[in-house]
Design a protein around this ligand. Structure first.
Ligand SMILES: [Fe+2]
Length: 309
């Protein structure tokens, strides 16, 4: 479990880790779970919208009995102009009550577009956003509402851009800083996303970090990627590149509220790593965090993060 003056290191759970949970959980401090993996969503307006998946929930119960769990949502689509899905937030609230997530994060992105009838269109990935005042006003209002429902601050994650996004009025860190200032939300800083933007667009991760209010960073994501047709993809396809661990060593000591570092990978790449490969990434993250451990004031996580039922 987490301890005072320490930063937890965890892994984003996917089904390939079912055996890892049984045999290797001593190596991690927490599991990050994607809540949408544990129910079927039949769409806004459906008479029974969220249908639990018994086998997946049995696995989640086993995870929560062993370790703290944090929630990493992928489906809220909080930046969609055409919809704001408060029913989804209430569903998250119900699961927070059941599993006592130590924190709840989401992507600062749009993934869905409402249709006049039927289910929403889904982009299949988080679309980048123009960082402007209109979007800032929209998101501040929605984040306040979501946090009121949940009764706690949420974390929002920086994104990936594969092409320049036109019409932005401010930088992404300036936008995140304004969100933090106006809503009290926290930041999930994804270092691989910064690496992707550096590889494809030449954006400086260090400039991003220097411009971000690091007091708001409570979780960091690390991951690996791959190149295809000259584009570096945020594919979560295995071990982290060295640059990500270098960024972790650089930024973690500057984040006084940092509570956890999470290694993300997609289950289709598990055969290339196996349990030992995942354990090696956890160990490398702990190594990169060594300089941070002695000067973190109080990243005390919730002790209520165990299974609450
Ligand atoms: Fe991430």
């Amino acid at each position: 479990m987490f301890t005072r003056h320490s930063i937890g290191v965890g892994v984003l759970f996917n089904p390939s880790l079912a055996d890892f949970v049984e045999h290797c959980s001593d190596a991690v401090d927490f599991y990050s779970v994607i809540p949408e993996r544990f129910w079927n969503d039949h769409g806004r307006g459906a008479s029974q919208r969220f249908v639990p998946l018994p086998n997946e929930i049995e696995l989640l119960d086993r995870i929560a009995a062993k370790k703290s769990v944090v929630a990493h949502g992928v489906g809220l689509s909080i930046a969609s102009a055409s919809l704001f899905d408060l029913d989804y937030v209430h569903q998250l609230k119900a699961w927070q009550a059941r599993y006592g997530f130590a924190w709840i994060s989401e992507h600062l992105a749009a993934v869905r577009i409402a249709q006049a009838a039927g289910s929403d269109h889904h982009a299949g990935l988080a679309l980048p956003l123009p960082w402007d005042e209109e979007l800032l006003d929209l998101l501040c209002e929605r984040i306040r509402q979501a946090q009121d429902v949940l009764g706690q601050a949420m974390l929002f994650e920086n994104g990936v851009e594969y092409t320049p996004v036109p019409f932005s009025e401010m930088s992404e860190p300036a936008f995140l800083n304004a969100l933090v200032e106006r809503t009290g939300c926290g930041v999930l800083l994804d270092l691989h996303n910064l690496h992707v933007n550096a590889k494809n667009l030449g954006h400086s991760p260090v400039d991003f970090i220097d411009a971000l209010n690091l007091d708001a960073v409570q979780e960091i994501h690390i991951a690996g990627g791959s190149s295809m047709h000259g584009i570096y993809l945020d594919s979560h396809s295995g071990p982290c590149p060295p640059e990500v661990f270098e960024l972790l060593s650089l930024v973690a000591p500057r984040c006084p509220q940092l509570r956890g570092v999470t290694f993300e990978f997609l289950e289709s790449y598990f055969p290339m790593m196996g349990d030992q490969g995942v354990l090696a990434q956890i160990a490398a993250a702990r190594q990169a965090l060594q300089p941070s451990m002695s000067n973190v004031p109080c990243p005390l996580p919730s002790s209520s993060a165990r299974l609450a039922t």
